[in-house]
Design a protein around this ligand. Sequence first.
Ligand code: SF4
Length: 251
Amino acid sequence: MDPASPTNRAPAIEAEGKGERMYPLEQAICTCQQCRLAGGRTQAVPGAGNYNAVVMFVGEGPGFEEDRQGRPFVGRSGQFLTEMLNSVGIRREEVYITNVVKCRPPDNRDPLPDELLACSDYLTRQVALINPRIIVTLGRFSMQRWLPGASITKVHGQVRNIGHGRIALAMFHPAAALRNPQWRREFAQDIQILPNLIARASKANEAAARGEALPAGVPHPGDPDYRSDSAKPVTSTAQADSSGDKPAGLL
Ligand code: SF4
């Protein structure tokens, strides 16, 4: 692991037991029949990555390659996402990546409302278990979960306090960025604020884990007046976290 990486820091929340608790959840996803998408899948795609990640990426749903391999973002979009992460010094293995629906919609159509609803609790449980400080929403379906009513073309690149000691960073879906040159440029620009967000969240986690007050001058994403160094406007208004996960407590 890169020692200079901002995510390579002592986590505030112990990873102990997370794998044991994630395994039955992933098993439940892999055998789930709760919506019509079960009928067309090769296999479900629960998610992949670091169970102790500070940042979680949430996309839309598996595509052809993901359905075939059982892993999220492994096709062209995934390659682009990995390249973008690497461009700002973040390795993919350090983060956790999943989708709002875990099974591939036929012909890559948009997930339907009842499918999103049927699959919602799995994501709630993943967020509660991993307890990320930063959720990066990739595309509008993921964005709508935490920023209901927002427009992706207006809020991408912005940071919102979503409660429970978390922030959300809205970004275009990598597939959309690949289709649209302007969105691709904006995706590359938006992701540049992530290392700073991770570094601040990690510092806050470390302080909280030691039972210390947060270091002076180290604001953390749970602060109502938190501001990133992004040139974009930052909304600090707390919004309800529809994930329903347990309050973070320490942040
Ligand atoms: S998309 Fe979600 S709710 Fe539907 S079958 Fe797959 S895992 Fe179950």
